[in-house]
Each structure stands twice: as structure tokens, then as C-alpha cells.
Design a protein around this ligand. Structure first.
Ligand code: GLN
Length: 223
């Protein structure tokens, strides 16, 4: 059985745990470095990236999380999670001491937080999303003070875009073991018409593939 963690310092942890369980993945809340050891994958949830950044540092999790990301195991960030995975932020928040917020990185992109502006602070839309099952069925995507991906390095695949003022903005990307969405598929796991588990299924597929390619993973996980 696949086992995934959800970083549980802040944000919509419960929704991701439920979505993982719904796609048949054993799901656990992660608050300590030791809890990362036997995971096939990790989700960084939506919430507030500056608060998460502070808690990550306060709990001594920055290095363990960076190591996990670099290990090649599957990682998925939604919204604030996308911000945490970005190698660069277009306009990072600055705290009272003048320190810009930091990210864990791993995803070679530039992300702009709260990118959609005041007019479109929160909105829902239908998206075409490559690589999902039933690709002809759009994803009903919920955006809440969401970021977008403003620039990508080579090796990054854009999976979905939203057209804003004539420009297609990337709102779902993948680079190797890392998947990120600006929106929150985890909030729509139960709602009849819009029920959406395909992004979590995609993530489960990434974990399954890793079991085949990461040497020794199976062995170390059984002990
Ligand atoms: N605006 C939030 C941030 O900058 C992200 C919002 C979300 O995760 N829904 O962290």
C-alpha cells in the first residue's frame, strides 16, 4: 500500500488526508522529521505560505523537507504548497524585520503569490488539465488568493493554464517528482457534480512509479 504524508503545521490538511484516503492511499499527518522516513510521497497543503514558512523553521523541518524533496519521492503542493516548492518568488512577502519569506524550493519556476489580484481574489473555473484520466472532462478548479507560475525553467511541464487579460498563466505544473497546482482540488472531493479526485490520483500514480524506479525504497520501507 502506498503511504503519503500531509505536512500538518497549518492549512487545509484534513481535506488532503481525505482525498488521499479516497484514492486508496494511506494518509498521515506529518509534524516531525522522523515521520517523513517511510513515506512514498508528501503533500504541502494550501493555507498561508508565510505562516507555513515560519512554522517549518520553528519546527526544524526545513532541511528534512528539502532532503525529502531532493530524494526524488513524489511531492505535491497546492496553492501555498506551490509557493513553498518554488525555487524563486516574484514578490516574496517581507516580515516586520525586513526578511523575505523563504521557500523550500525544488521546483525550478518563479511563482507570484496572490497573483490574480483583488478583482479575482477567489474564483472557480473549468480547466483543461493534461495527464489526468478522462482528459476531455475539465477540472472544476477553486482558486483562493492563489499564486500562478510566472516563469518556468526547462524540464517543467505546464499541465493547465488560465487566460488572464490575454495571457495564459500556468496554474498546474510538473517537474520530475514534483507536482504543483495553484488551485485546491482537495476541497472538492465530496461535492456531487464537481467531485474531483483525479489530481490526487495523478499524485498516487507518481508514487507508484517511484516504487519501481527508486532502488531500495521497498526494502527500507518495510522495516
Ligand atoms: N495567498 C496564500 C499564500 O500566499 C495562498 C492561499 C492558499 O493557499 N489558498 O500563502
Amino acid at each position: 500500500e502506498l503511504k503519503a504524508g500531509v505536512l500538518a503545521l497549518q492549512g487545509d490538511v484534513r481535506e488532503h488526508l481525505a482525498a488521499l484516503a479516497a484514492v486508496g492511499v494511506q494518509a498521515v499527518a506529518v509534524r516531525r522529521a522522523s515521520e517523513l522516513e517511510d513515506l512514498d510521497g508528501l503533500i504541502l497543503p494550501g493555507g498561508e505560505s508565510t505562516a507555513m514558512d515560519r512554522l517549518i523553521r520553528a519546527f526544524g523541518l526545513a532541511e528534512p523537507l528539502k532532503k525529502f524533496i531532493a530524494s526524488g519521492r513524489a511531492v505535491y503542493g497546492s496553492c501555498a504548497g506551490m509557493i513553498l516548492l518554488a525555487d524563486r518568488l516574484a514578490e516574496p512577502a517581507v516580515d516586520l524585520a525586513g526578511q523575505p519569506q523563504r521557500t523550500l524550493g525544488g521546483l525550478p519556476v518563479t511563482v507570484r503569490r496572490n497573483a490574480f489580484g483583488r478583482q479575482r481574489e477567489s474564483f472557480e473555473t473549468e480547466l483543461e488539465f493534461a495527464e489526468l484520466s478522462e482528459p476531455e472532462r475539465p477540472v472544476h478548479a477553486v482558486f483562493i488568493r492563489a499564486p500562478w507560475v510566472e516563469a518556468t525553467s526547462s524540464g517543467v511541464t505546464v499541465l493547465a493554464t488560465v487566460r488572464i487579460e490575454g495571457i495564459d498563466r500556468a496554474v498546474a505544473v510538473r517537474s520530475g517528482n514534483i507536482l504543483a497546482t495553484s488551485f485546491h482540488p482537495e476541497v472538492l472531493t465530496q461535492e456531487g457534480n464537481h467531485a474531483e479526485l483525479r489530481v490526487h490520483e495523478l499524485f498516487a500514480g507518481m508514487m507508484r512509479q517511484n516504487r519501481e524506479v527508486l532502488p531500495g525504497a521497498e526494502v527500507s520501507r518495510k522495516v
